[in-house]
Design a protein around this ligand. Structure first.
Ligand code: KIV
Ligand code: ZN
Length: 515
């Protein structure tokens, strides 16, 4: 494989992924995901959009100050104030990149920017030059390139490279392109732009027509050497190209692709789990690579074939992407050191001693209810411990639910609201409904429930249920998570977690909806 070119993997879970409604993450959550991506050897991590809010700035700065291997990238519109803020956030990064963009399609230039093509070109050049004051590693994106005129694209790309851009990213911002056409666009750009050999060509595809991965791979076959993608395909609207699908296709079809990635693919499933439990975006069971059924062989014929020779029906090995059969790792008698070292082995670092203590005491409670503790349980415990270390407006003290055939379910809840214990009670259509109503009878949050989902973390009827609750208030959407062997308690925890997130004021700008 020595003559293979390198395909750069640029992960934007923390930036474009976070633009999914409700997927907003705290600084600690982002840092934990960034470390997991670095452990996977992701080349470039887009950590956020520093001008969006002080919280986004801090998150990018902390990630930039912590990571040592991956390049850390900050997004900036082609505006001085954005670029300066990104430069400031990335100041101490071992390997900083500024990614600046401006829209180039006729509809975006006319209706969103209200600028002429010449003005857009001048602004792009000025932005790239300004970004070069902070770092040599500057990426330029002509937003909505997939609907832009090729002659204008060639001109602006040539100018951006001449101004110092080292990566040119071609976004299919609205997911409109199809593989053959998108591959051809990338091929023509590389061929026509006179200085194209001075930059790496990259692609960033959205999944509105379900073609993000196919379009990205078509571009790779036509010369792109960086793919922008997200874990689990998270992202704005229908999401971005999924990292795991891009990486595993390139790896599995080395007979077709002239390039390879440096990723440690065994980190894919743990990272996917971390992203899903952090954001509350569950992974569908039949999702390629990371779905629960991706390597399950249901039909008798398939099982028979796999037992005789696994290649009959398996094109990849489950262990190569990090699926380990549910492994019992700890039990009731495991001590604090065993707990800490297993967390470290699976890449979970507790931020502080307080978080570790919190997680360990939850572990002991769980081990009393459930004798076999799996890695997946530890992941959920760590997520819960870090959730509860954020400032909490209210906490669950106790919950009692009566549910009986023929009777109306009733819930009695005690919450600690700003350190004062308060009790509420309510009837409901079911025990979960009654619990949520009892909580609301205390806090009256004025929120609307948009989504409620439960997943079993491991198998068996004593498994922990992981609940996601999505709440909306005045246009702001958040996801709350909770895990417990009792799914009504898990539901109440998730509801309270979402309410707590809503009490933390966040004013953030959306990179593509401003200008
Ligand atoms: O989809 C898009 O065009 C983007 C740009 C900021 C690259 O996310
Ligand atoms: Zn995007």
């Amino acid at each position: 494989m020595a003559d293979k070119e390198k395909l750069i993997i640029f992960d934007t879970t923390l930036r474009d992924g976070e633009q999914s409604p409700g997927a907003s993450m705290t600084q600690d959550e982002k840092l934990r995901i960034a470390k997991s991506l670095e452990r996977m050897h992701v080349d470039v991590i887009e950590a956020g959009f520093p001008i969006a809010s002080p919280g986004d700035f801090e998150a990018v700065r902390t990630i930039a100050n912590t990571l040592t291997q991956s390049t850390v990238c900050g997004l900036a519109r082609a505006l001085d104030k954005d670029i300066d803020r990104a430069g400031e956030a990335l100041k101490s990064a071992a390997s900083p990149r500024i990614h600046t963009f401006i829209a180039t399609s006729p509809i975006h230039m006319r209706s969103k920017l209200r600028m002429s093509p010449e003005q857009v070109l001048d602004q792009a050049v000025a932005a790239v030059r300004r970004a070069r004051r902070y770092t040599d590693d500057v990426e330029f994106s002509p937003e909505d390139a997939g609907r832009s005129e090729i002659d204008f694209l060639c001109r602006i790309i040539e100018a951006a490279i001449a101004a110092g851009a080292r990566t040119i990213n071609i976004p299919d911002t609205v997911g409109y392109n199809i593989p053959q056409q998108f591959g051809e666009l990338v091929r023509q750009l590389i061929e026509k732009v006179p200085n194209s050999d001075k930059a790496v060509f990259s692609v960033h595809c959205h999944n509105d027509l379900g073609l993000a991965v196919a379009n990205s791979l078509a571009a790779v076959l036509n010369g792109a050497r960086q793919v922008e993608c997200t874990i689990n395909g998270l992202g704005e609207r229908a999401g971005n190209a999924s990292l795991e699908e891009v990486v595993m296709t390139v790896r599995t079809r080395q007979d077709i692709f002239p390039c390879e990635t440096d990723l440690d693919t065994t980190q894919i499933v743990p990272t996917s789990r971390l992203v899903s439990s952090t954001t509350g975006f569950a992974v569908q069971p039949n999702k390629a690579i990371v779905g629960a059924n991706a390597f399950a062989h249901e039909s008798g014929i398939h099982q028979d074939g796999v037992l005789k020779s696994r290649e009959t029906y398996e094109i990849m090995r489950a262990e190569d992407v990090g699926w380990s059969a549910n492994r019992i790792v700890l039990g009731k008698h495991s001590g604090r050191n065993a707990f800490r070292s297993r967390l470290e082995e699976i890449g979970i670092e507790m931020g502080s001693e307080q978080e570790l203590n919190e997680a360990f005491s939850r572990f002991k409670d769980l081990a009393d209810k459930k004798h076999e503790i799996y890695d997946e349980d530890l992941q959920a415990l760590a997520t819960e411990a870090s959730l509860s270390s954020v400032n909490e407006y209210c906490k669950l003290v106790s919950l009692k639910v009566c549910s009986e055939t023929g009777e109306t379910p009733h819930a009695l809840v005690t919450l600690s609201v700003e350190d004062e214990e308060r009790v509420g009670a309510a009837d409901g259509g079911g025990p979960v409904d009654a619990s949520f109503k009892a909580i609301e009878s205390i806090i009256d949050s004025e929120t609307h429930l948009q989504l409620y989902s439960v997943n079993a973390i491991t198998c068996g009827t004593d498994a922990q249920g992981e609940v996601t609750v999505r709440l909306e208030k005045a246009g702001r959407i958040v996801n709350g998570q909770g895990a417990d062997t009792d799914i009504v308690i898990a539901s109440a925890k998730a509801y309270i977690n979402a309410v707590n997130k809503l009490t933390q004021p966040v004013v953030r700008a959306h990179p593509q909806k401003l200008n």
